[in-house]
Design a protein around this ligand. Sequence first.
Ligand SMILES: Cc1cc2nc3c(=O)[nH]c(=O)nc-3n(C[C@H](O)[C@H](O)[C@H](O)COP(=O)(O)OP(=O)(O)OC[C@H]3O[C@@H](n4cnc5c(N)ncnc54)[C@H](O)[C@@H]3O)c2cc1C
Length: 404
Amino acid sequence: MYDAIIVGAGPAGTCAALYGHRLGLKTLLLDKSQFPRDKTCGDAFSGKSVKIMDDLGLIEGVNELDGSIIKRIIFANPRHSECELLLDKSLNKEHISHGYVIQRMVFDNFMFEQAKNVSDYEEGFTVSDLIFKDKAVIGVKGKSLDGIEKEYIGSLVFGADGPNSIVSKKTGLYEMDMKHTAVGIRCYYDNVKNLTDQIELHYVEETNPGYFWIFPAGKNRANVGVGLLKSIVKQENRRLNDIMINVINSDNFRHRFRDAVALEKPTGWNLPFGSIRRENHGDGFLLLGDAAGLVDPFTGEGIGNAMESGRIAARIASKAKEKHNFKKEYLRYYDEELWKYLGGELSVSTRLLKLARSKFLLNFVIDRAARNEKVRNIMSSMLADEIPKTELSNPLFYLKILFS
Ligand SMILES: Cc1cc2nc3c(=O)[nH]c(=O)nc-3n(C[C@H](O)[C@H](O)[C@H](O)COP(=O)(O)OP(=O)(O)OC[C@H]3O[C@@H](n4cnc5c(N)ncnc54)[C@H](O)[C@@H]3O)c2cc1C
């Protein structure tokens, strides 16, 4: 009997296990993959993820992983003019001054190794169904690597199993909405020119309202990709592979890819955006990370929010254990806390995504930021996760940014 059975050992699941241990919870971490495993991603970790790594005492270990330390972020508009944000120029002097690009094959394995020290676990275990009692979730069923069917029972089940979450489907909360889901492809390249300590987000015409990215992934390697709303891909019958090749061969990027070697065929995966507020709890269960649809709609970042959801889920599970109450009416505190913490910035990013549909506005905002240091410093602080959430939901804050 576990306090929490965590389905999925990505950033959401491993953080839930690590924070759960801190709070004295007995957890079981299940994943259908065997680690190390790949996960299609841009592999970029910004302020929020770094803060959690720090809080969990993992920064030293993370510093030893292969990858790149990131000091700058470039936003480029459809006219190709660029705004450079220096991560060590945010408003708060005590801030997180760097980010990382670390291949998920490496980072997720590191996190899984940490979680294995404090949680029971089973790799290669595919959850196929939930166990219900009086309509409440009380456990999971699935198949282990050797084909044996097993059941596990727990007070709570955490669905940290990504965008196609079985926990979300079996509890009737799954609804793939193309207007709130993006699709992205990633390809690793060696020998892309001019890789430094910066990640680059190019809001080029071909990917509008999404972006083309080039992230340095360590040892002369780049993580390159494009992401676009699913509804637009479908409506306009566009193929992401073609878009990416067109951008790479365009005048602005051709020289940087002249000697570049693609190391794989591009791989694709969904990004469930937090541009709508979903219900992520019910009798006996919580949904975390991508299963809860928490990806930032403007930047495409989901790792930090997934880690945060793990932290909050562990806290609520510990309180539910104290109160002996695993019912929906108590677990609603999870959704409340999640939204209190993430809702402000997700709403801002939803507005920015709408703004990005207008090339005129995108050009205006990025040009404005490029010319004004104060604006850039405010944006750096936002990315370093330092602007109070209440500020982020205040429209005056944005007027201040744009016209300061
Ligand atoms: C192309 C692309 C680029 C991206 N770039 C970035 C970026 O640069 N930075 C960023 O912050 N975010 C990025 N994201 C988003 C980020 O990858 C996700 O938000 C993040 O991985 C979510 O973490 P998670 O733990 O919720 O889910 P995941 O990382 O998807 O982990 C889910 C785990 O659940 C397991 N699982 C699934 N089903 C079952 C089952 N039935 N039984 C058992 N286990 C199961 C899987 O094997 C997996 O290990 C990107 C996403 C895409 C698609």
